[in-house]
Design a protein around this ligand. Structure first.
Ligand code: HEM
Length: 491
């Protein structure tokens, strides 16, 4: 009892305020109540309003410092990063196939792995994968033609998910999946099943892992038999087979994909922690497998959600859509259907739509956090070692002091040369050395898909209820509840 009381005294000791808690579940009941009332999305903003831009929250007895103050964010994610190098230790992921991937590795192991993975996502490598991604986008356009011909409203979120699955499938899993045209494709079926079940509400394994982490050494053996673990095991087994094949044929493989770029940095394919790379350890076979798996988790749902939100925002704001289409048309006139990578990335209005959609609807809202590895002072507060700091991105992106009329969809705010915004204010991909490693890949895929969609079609909203966009927070993601419904017409 004394130990538990001590755990709950930390907030006071640091000098922070926060919502009232009980000694059994901390603030979980409050959060569950908000979820039940459908106001969970307002929970973090209302706490910020009441307790300020740095406050404390208890999930069970686990303490979290919630930060939306931009200077504090800079301290944690950039300036004092060495004290905040790790992510929260989520025990139920401290097992295969998660424990060796970038999300979970810690300290120097993370530094080494990140050094090996980062080159796979350079601008040069994006250029090399551009045609592969473009090919999947062309398949997507074929689907859109069919949807358009039917004239009916449809859930474009589903189609974006199939697109991003085919894309990450070919680039990270080396599977030539056909998720866009065949909803029975085994890759599609298993990924969808795994994601549908990967939820604290649905998984007893996850709940036990969160509440009783000391059970994990035994519990982890049950992961392959859980409802999300079964499809996960099938996916990872197939992935392991492909990685092993690719290790064998490494020297003869001539195309470029993310898996090959990781193998370029692996012990198996370069012989050892090779002579040229003595100063930095290379990836093991398991690290290659688990990072490819991490890219599937990270790249499928996020990018498709970003595209779906943008489609909805453009359908709702025809003037913005017109402006984007004018920019697209100029470039179609110049390049035809084959806009080069550099030109695409430089389109100012498309870039502004990308940024503003991600500001208003960031797909990842509660993952941008760090664990303090040594007691550190942040803006006068002494943050003890072991404390988790979380930045609720949706709150940062709606701060009226930084974003005038924060609820308005206004891409122009990213075009003004005079904007003197705090460098931390826009953070859909996190910040600092541990930000999203796949940012360039996501941006390329998003811009290719939206560019080509806008070149051929007009988006509008259906009549009635389907026109609404309802969102919910699911674990760390901001997800559309009932999909995203639009109508397409030919331009
Ligand atoms: C719109 C799409 C995406 C969004 C909004 C997004 C967002 C994020 C965020 C918020 C983080 C945490 C950053 C931090 O803690 O500072 C993250 C990390 C990460 N993302 Fe993404 N992501 C996207 C797409 C992708 C893609 C396409 C990939 C890979 C193909 C990817 C791979 C990763 C990985 C591996 C990490 C962990 C990095 C590390 O710990 O070193 N993401 N992402």
């Amino acid at each position: 009892l004394w130990e538990r009381t001590k755990k709950f005294s930390i907030r006071k000791e640091i000098g922070l305020s926060g919502p009232p808690f009980n000694y059994i579940d901390g603030n979980i009941s409050l959060i569950m109540e908000a979820k039940k009332n459908g106001t969970d999305i307002d929970f973090a903003p209302s706490c910020t309003e009441k307790y300020g831009k740095i406050y404390g929250l208890f999930i069970g007895a686990k303490f979290y410092v919630m930060v939306t103050d931009l200077d504090a964010i800079k301290e944690v994610f950039v300036k004092q990063f060495n004290s905040f190098v790790n992510r929260e230790d989520v025990k139920f992921n401290d097992t295969k196939p998660m424990m060796n991937g970038l999300f979970n590795v810690r300290g120097d192991r993370w530094r080494n792995a990140r050094n090996c993975v980062t080159p796979a996502f350079s601008t040069g490598k994006m250029r090399l994968m551009y045609d592969t991604v473009n090919f999947r986008v062309m398949n997507f356009l074929e689907m859109m033609k069919i949807r358009c011909e039917s004239g009916a409203s449809f859930n474009i979120y589903d189609d974006f998910q199939s697109l991003t699955l085919d894309t990450i499938g070919v680039c990270a899993f080396a599977v030539d999946s056909k998720c866009q045209t065949d909803r029975n494709d085994p890759f599609y079926v298993n990924v969808r099943k795994m994601f549908a079940e990967f939820d604290v509400d649905k998984s007893l394994y996850m709940r036990l892992g969160l509440m009783l982490p000391s059970l994990m050494p035994v519990l982890k053996y049950f992961r392959p038999y859980t409802s999300f673990g079964q499809p996960e095991t099938i996916l990872v087994k197939n992935l392991e087979t492909v990685v092993d094949q690719r290790i064998k044929m490494y020297k003869d493989y001539k195309s470029v994909d993310i898996m090959q770029l990781l193998l370029d940095q692996s012990k198996e394919c370069t012989g050892s922690d090779d002579a040229a790379n003595k100063s930095r350890p290379l990836l093991t076979r398991d690290e290659v497998v688990e990072n490819c798996y991490a890219f599937l988790l990270a790249g499928y749902e996020t990018t498709s959600t970003a595209l779906a939100y943008s489609a909805w925002l453009l359908a709702k704001n025809p003037d913005t859509q017109d402006k984007l289409q004018s920019e697209v048309d100029q470039h179609i006139n110049e390049f035809g259907d084959k806009i080069p990578y550099e030109a695409l990335m430089k389109l100012p209005y498309l870039d502004a739509v990308f940024k503003e959609s991600l500001r208003l609807y960031p797909p990842v809202v509660l993952f941008t956090g760090r664990t303090c590895v040594k007691t550190t002072e942040i803006l006068g507060y002494s943050i003890p070692e072991g404390t988790n700091v979380i930045t609720p991105v949706h709150v940062v992106h709606q701060d009226p002091e930084v974003w005038p009329e924060p609820k308005k969809f206004d891409p122009e705010r990213f075009l003004s040369k005079n904007e003197n915004r705090h460098p931390m204010a826009w953070m859909p991909f996190g910040h600092g050395p541990r930000n999203c490693v796949g940012l360039r890949f996501a941006e390329m895929e998003y811009k290719l898909a939206l560019f080509h969609l806008m070149s051929k079609f007009n988006l509008s909203l259906p009549e009635g209820d389907l026109a609404a966009l309802n969102v919910e927070i699911s674990l760390i993601l901001l997800r559309p509840v009932n999909g995203v419904h639009v109508v397409l017409s030919n331009r």
